[in-house]
Ligand binder design. Structure first.
Ligand code: SIN
Length: 295
């Protein structure tokens, strides 16, 4: 994996109920490495949900579309999951942080973890990246750290255009509009670490700064957040599973899969999260939308 981020765990079968000791080992590794990976775990939906439930309460599979029929906890990450995925794969403006996100930080209580399993995996390409936002915070200067600890930021559900994602997505996003104000530095509720809590695709502006100041600061922070020094790149195989902590990471789904005809079919379960807290103890505030509720 990388020096700062990601660990591969062997010697456990995720399809079977885990012992308390196994749950604790996986959880400890997750807290330390922020994302953990498993190989050769050919699970079905029921096993995926059962594995997830040993670590928390699943949310509906997708904040806009819900879940996968019989399994409302499962979100199907199909290659062409939105009407116009082909057009969407190449945004007009590309920045180093384009596409990076932490799941649903527009909610006041973003999911704390996500568990993704690869079923149809392209023979090459289609890798996923994660960045460690606790290390990103540690690598800032003490003066910058102190200032950021006093700031909050607005996170919004990205509103795609109809051309990008199609009318069904646009209508769903409008009906489920979510917006929240989170601390820019979040205290991790389990490790106590301070985390640079910026989710590039959702973070919109820094509260109290002018538009120019906010944009300039965000550009600097987002570029810093996704520096390759604290990221990890994972090469999937059928049966691979990635389990990450959304309170300390952002991730990037691949775009190179749209340059080839290979299919890619993944499934994800997310676990319901708490309301973030800043170093001064102040909690996030909801601007729009209800908290996500567990199933
Ligand atoms: C996600 O953003 O949760 C999916 C990542 C991936 O498809 O690799």
């Amino acid at each position: 994996m990388s020096v700062n981020t990601g660990a591969e765990i062997h010697g456990v079968d995720l399809r079977e109920p885990l012992s308390a000791a196994e749950v604790a080992v996986i959880r400890d590794a997750l807290m330390q490495w922020k994302v953990v990976f498993f190989r050769d775990q050919e699970m079905d939906h029921a096993q995926h949900v059962h594995f997830a439930r040993q670590f928390g309460d699943p949310t509906p599979g997708h904040v806009v579309f819900g879940g996968d029929g019989e399994y409302p906890e499962i979100y199907s990450i199909a290659k062409y999951r939105t009407a116009n995925s082909k057009k969407r794969s190449r945004p007009a403006t590309h920045r180093p942080w384009t596409g990076w996100h932490t799941d649903i930080t527009s909610a006041i209580n973003p999911p704390w973890a996500s568990i993704l399993r690869g079923v149809i995996v392209p023979p090459y390409g289609g890798d996923t990246y994660w960045t460690n936002l606790a290390v990103a915070y540690q690598k800032l200067s003490p003066k910058m750290q102190s200032w950021l600890e006093t700031l909050t930021a607005v996170h919004r559900l990205h509103m795609p255009t109809e051309t990008e994602n199609g009318k069904e997505y646009l209508d769903g996003a409008e009906a489920n509009w979510m917006e929240a104000e989170h601390p820019l530095v979040r205290v991790h509720p389990e490790t106590g670490e301070k985390v640079l809590y910026c989710s590039p695709s959702f973070i919109h502006s820094i509260v109290g700064l002018s538009a120019n100041e906010s944009e300039a600061l965000l550009h600097m922070l987002l570029e810093h957040a996704v520096r390759s020094d604290w990221t990890v790149r994972f090469k999937w195989e059928p049966g691979s599973v990635a389990f990450w902590d959304n309170r300390a990471t952002a991730h990037l789904a691949p775009r190179d899969i749209f340059d080839v005809d290979f299919d890619r079919q993944f499934y994800r379960v997310t676990l319901n999260g708490d309301i973030p807290k800043g170093p001064d103890g102040a909690r996030s505030k909801s601007i729009n939308g209800d908290p996500i509720t567990a199933l």
